[in-house]
Write a protein that binds this ligand. Structure first.
Ligand SMILES: CC(C)(COP(=O)(O)OP(=O)(O)OC[C@H]1O[C@@H](n2cnc3c(N)ncnc32)[C@H](O)[C@@H]1OP(=O)(O)O)[C@@H](O)C(=O)NCCC(=O)NCCS
Length: 180
């Protein structure tokens, strides 16, 4: 399913495509230092067009299998962020994990709040989920502010939850219920 949502005149959130590989690699290179504290350690290949092509192929295969929804945030043709639903579970769970980042140049303008709100709407309608879970590092105030403003509630703290920046780090867990 192709998703394409206008967030303003210039900014939109749409399905990630293989043709995004070069622009996405460039965005990751521009934002390497910005993203390092909240990302797993990445090898050099990740920052190349070829590396991103592989990443996108994996994400699109996962989407085809019903496991995720990879989205790109754009300012006209420039990729300025990503939003991803991953680990979609059906059956009695109907749940997914949410991840996101935005280009440092675009941070602090309410754009990720708008993008997450749009993703929440999509997840509850087109994707038919009941719940979204997100996790943040304990000191990631900006991300927690986004989640609070999008109606997520804190549900706990998971010790050593993800290996981020080379260390298994504690995370706060949040969820948003989408339907009854
Ligand atoms: C987290 C992130 C996506 C937020 O994106 P953004 O577009 O700047 O978010 P918004 O502008 O919609 O909202 C950010 C809010 O956090 C607030 N904020 C910023 N730093 C904060 C802090 N240290 N503590 C509390 N709130 C903070 C901002 O003031 C803003 O709220 P306001 O509009 O009420 O002032 C962005 O900072 C980012 O990409 N960070 C690096 C990657 C990352 O952390 N991803 C999430 C991993 S869980």
């Amino acid at each position: 399913m192709h998703h394409d949502i206008a967030l303003s005149d210039d900014i939109r959130l749409r399905s990630l495509a293989l043709a995004d590989a070069a622009a996405l690699a460039e965005a990751y290179r521009r934002n390497r230092a910005h993203l390092e504290p909240t990302s797993p350690i990445r090898d050099e290949t990740f920052f190349s067009e070829e590396g991103q092509r592989t990443e996108i192929e994996r994400a699109l295969a996962d989407e085809k299998a019903g496991g995720g929804v990879p989205l790109a945030l754009l300012d006209e043709d420039l990729i300025i962020g990503r939003v991803t639903l991953s680990g979609i579970a059906r059956g009695a769970f109907q749940s997914a994990n949410l991840g996101y980042w935005i280009d440092a140049e675009y941070a602090g303008r309410g754009l990720m709040t708008a993008a997450v709100q749009a993703t929440v709407a999509l997840a509850g309608t087109a994707i038919g989920l009941h719940r979204i879970q997100a996790s943040t590092l304990v000191d990631n105030g900006a991300s927690q502010a986004v989640l609070h403003r999008c109606g997520f509630e804190r549900i706990g703290m998971a010790p050593e939850y993800l290996r981020i920046a080379g260390r298994w780090q504690d995370h706060l867990l949040f969820q948003r219920i989408l339907s009854s």
